[in-house]
Design a binder for this molecule. Structure first.
Ligand SMILES: *Cc1c(COP(=O)(O)O)cnc(C)c1O
Length: 496
C-alpha cells in the first residue's frame, strides 16, 4: 500500500486516509509519498475520457486505500450537476493558446475542484468504532478557499468547519459568499491582520497540544485542515492536468507523448505543484510557469535561490495570490532535492526563525529546468484583461490575467502548446474587470456585474449575482491572538 511521510522526516508513515484526516504531519511538515515515479501513466490512455473517468483512475493510483467503489461514489458526487459545464474543466482555445477553465464549480473559483471532493474523501476516513468523534476543519483564507471549503463541507457528515479571513482584504463578493453560507456545521469569522497572520495563527492552533486535548475531551472534536497542504486538496488537482492533456489529444492539437506547457497563477503553490506531480507521474510537461502578482516572492526565489518573506506585503487586485509564505513549495523542494528531509527541515527552520532561506545552487538549477517564473503588477493585470478581451473576446479575472501577462512575455518553446490555467470567474471580480475594460464602476459589485454583462454579452454565474440581498449570518471580527479561544468556543457550541 502507498505510504505517506513528512517532508521533514521519514520516521513514521501513514496511509492516504490517515494523511487526509491529519492534514499536516506531527512535526509540522507536509505529507508526501515516494511512490510517484513508480506510477507512470501512459499519455495515450488519456484520450477520449470523461473528467470523471480520468479522476477515478488518477485518484485510484494516489489514494490506494480507498476502494474503487468508494472513489467512484466520491467522484460522481463531487463532479455532478453543481458544475455549470459537463466537461468540469473545459479546455478552450484562446488565440494561439489554450485556457483550462477551472472555475465552473459552485463557488466560481478553481478551489471547487478540490473542495467538492475533499469532504467526501474525509467523511470516509472516520474510524467506524468511533462515530462520536467529529473533525473540525480550520481554514485561513485569502478569499476563495473559504467559500469553496464552506460549500464543500456544509452538511458533510462527521465534520464541521470554521473559516477565518483577513478583515477588509477580500472583495465584497468574496466576503458575501462566505458570510451568507448556509449550514449548521459552519462558522465564518474575520481576523484583524493579513492572510499570512491568519495562516500562521491557524498553524499555531494546530500545534497547540493543550487545546487539542480540551477539544477532544470536552467537545469530541479533532482539528484538521482544508488548506492546500492537505493531501486530499492536492491530489484532486493532479487530475485536471491529465484531463487537459487528454483534451489536447482529443482536439487534435497534439499526439500522445508530445510535450505541453502550463502557466499557472500562483499563491500557495498548490495548483502548480499538482502539475509537477502529474509530470512526475509521466505526463509530458515541458515547462511549468509560476505566475505571481506584485507579491513576487516566488519569482525572486526561482530567479535567485533565496526565499525571503521579509518584504512589504501588497494588497493587490488578485487577493488569492497575495501570499508571502507559499506552504506547498516545501513539497516541491522535497522532491527536487531527491527526498532530502534534513535539508528541508533546516530550510524550514531558517524560514521560521529568519523569514528566509537559500537553497544550494545545484538544487536551484534542477528546479529551474522545469519551473519558469514571472510576475505582473496591477497595471499590467488591467492591461492584460483589456487585451485578452479585445483580441480574443474572452474575459479573464485578475488572477488569470497575471498568468496571461506572464505567459505572453515568455519566449515560446517551439511548437509546444501552451495552456493557461484560469482560476476564477471574471464575475468574482467585476469591479477590477469592469475598470480594465473602461466601464463605469458603480459602488456595488452587483451593478458592476450588470455593467460587465451588458458590455460583453456574457452572463454572471447565478450563484454570484444572487448574493445581492442574501441574508448575512456571520459578523464576528477578532484579533489573531483570540483565535484559539474562538475555536474552542465554536467547537463546544457545535458539539456533535
Ligand atoms: C487560490 C487561488 C490561486 C492560487 O492558487 P495556489 O494553489 O494557492 O497557488 C489563484 N487564483 C485564484 C482565483 C485562487 O483562488
Amino acid at each position: 500500500m502507498m505510504s505517506f511521510h513528512s517532508t521533514r522526516s521519514t520516521d513514521s508513515t501513514v496511509t492516504a486516509k490517515q494523511a487526509i484526516r491529519q492534514g499536516i504531519a506531527p512535526d509540522g511538515g507536509l505529507f508526501v509519498t515516494d511512490a510517484l515515479a513508480a506510477l507512470q501513466v501512459n499519455p495515450a490512455s488519456l484520450a477520449g475520457q470523461t473528467y470523471q473517468e480520468t479522476a477515478v483512475r488518477i485518484l485510484g493510483l494516489l489514494l490506494d486505500d480507498y476502494s474503487a467503489e468508494e472513489l467512484d461514489l466520491c467522484v460522481r458526487a463531487a463532479y455532478g450537476a453543481q458544475w455549470s459545464d459537463t466537461d468540469i474543466t473545459p479546455l478552450v482555445r484562446v488565440g494561439d493558446d489554450y485556457v483550462l477553465e477551472l472555475f465552473n464549480g459552485p463557488t466560481s473559483a478553481f478551489k471547487d475542484v478540490a473542495l467538492q471532493l475533499l469532504p467526501r474523501l474525509m467523511s470516509r476516513t472516520l474510524p467506524q468504532a468511533d462515530e462520536t468523534e467529529r473533525i473540525m476543519i480550520l481554514t485561513a483564507t485569502s478569499g476563495d478557499t473559504g467559500k469553496a471549503a464552506l460549500a464543500g463541507f456544509a452538511g458533510a457528515p462527521g465534520t464541521a468547519i470554521t473559516v477565518f479571513y483577513p478583515e477588509g482584504k477580500v472583495s465584497q463578493v468574496q466576503r458575501l459568499q462566505m458570510v451568507t453560507q448556509a449550514g449548521s456545521n459552519v462558522r465564518v469569522c474575520a481576523v484583524r491582520g493579513n492572510f499570512d497572520d491568519a495562516q500562521a495563527a491557524v498553524k499555531a492552533v494546530f500545534a497547540d497540544r493543550d487545546l487539542a486535548g480540551r477539544l477532544r475531551d470536552q467537545a469530541g472534536t479533532v482539528l484538521s485542515s482544508a488548506n492546500s497542504i492537505n493531501v486530499g486538496r492536492l491530489v484532486p488537482q493532479v487530475v485536471y492536468y491529465f484531463r487537459a492533456y487528454g483534451s489536447l489529444i482529443d482536439l487534435g492539437a497534439i499526439k500522445a507523448g508530445d510535450p505541453v506547457e502550463f502557466c499557472v497563477p500562483t499563491g500557495n503553490f498548490g495548483d502548480v505543484l499538482a502539475g509537477y506531480y502529474a509530470s512526475m507521474m509521466g505526463l509530458p510537461v515541458a515547462r511549468l510557469t509560476v505566475a505571481s502578482d506584485r507579491n513576487k516572492v516566488l519569482t525572486d526565489f526561482l530567479s535567485t535561490g533565496v526565499y525571503d518573506r521579509n518584504r512589504p506585503f501588497y494588497t493587490t487586485t488578485s487577493p488569492s495570490m497575495d501570499i508571502l509564505i507559499s506552504s506547498n513549495l516545501e513539497r516541491m523542494l522535497y522532491y527536487m532535492s531527491g527526498g532530502d528531509t534534513q535539508l528541508i527541515s533546516s530550510l524550514m527552520e531558517d524560514l521560521f526563525t529568519q523569514g528566509r532561506y537559500q537553497v544550494p545552487a545545484g538544487l536551484l538549477k534542477r528546479i529551474r529546468s522545469l519551473f519558469a517564473c514571472g510576475w505582473a503588477d496591477e497595471d499590467q493585470v488591467s492591461a492584460a484583461i483589456r487585451e485578452c478581451w479585445q483580441e480574443n473576446r474572452y474575459l479573464i479575472d485578475p488572477h488569470t490575467a497575471c498568468g496571461y501577462r506572464v505567459m505572453g512575455q515568455a519566449p515560446r518553446l517551439g511548437g509546444v502548446p501552451r495552456v493557461l490555467l484560469s482560476t476564477a470567474s471574471p464575475y468574482k471580480f467585476p469591479r477590477v474587470v469592469g475598470r480594465a475594460l473602461g466601464l463605469e464602476t458603480p459602488t456595488s459589485d452587483f451593478s458592476c456585474m450588470d455593467a460587465l454583462s451588458a458590455a460583453t454579452g456574457t452572463l454572471p454565474p447565478p450563484g454570484l449575482r444572487g448574493l445581492e440581498g442574501a441574508g448575512i449570518r456571520f459578523d464576528d471580527c477578532i484579533d489573531v491572538d483570540d483565535m484559539p479561544a474562538y475555536v474552542y468556543r465554536t467547537a463546544l457550541c457545535m458539539k456533535p
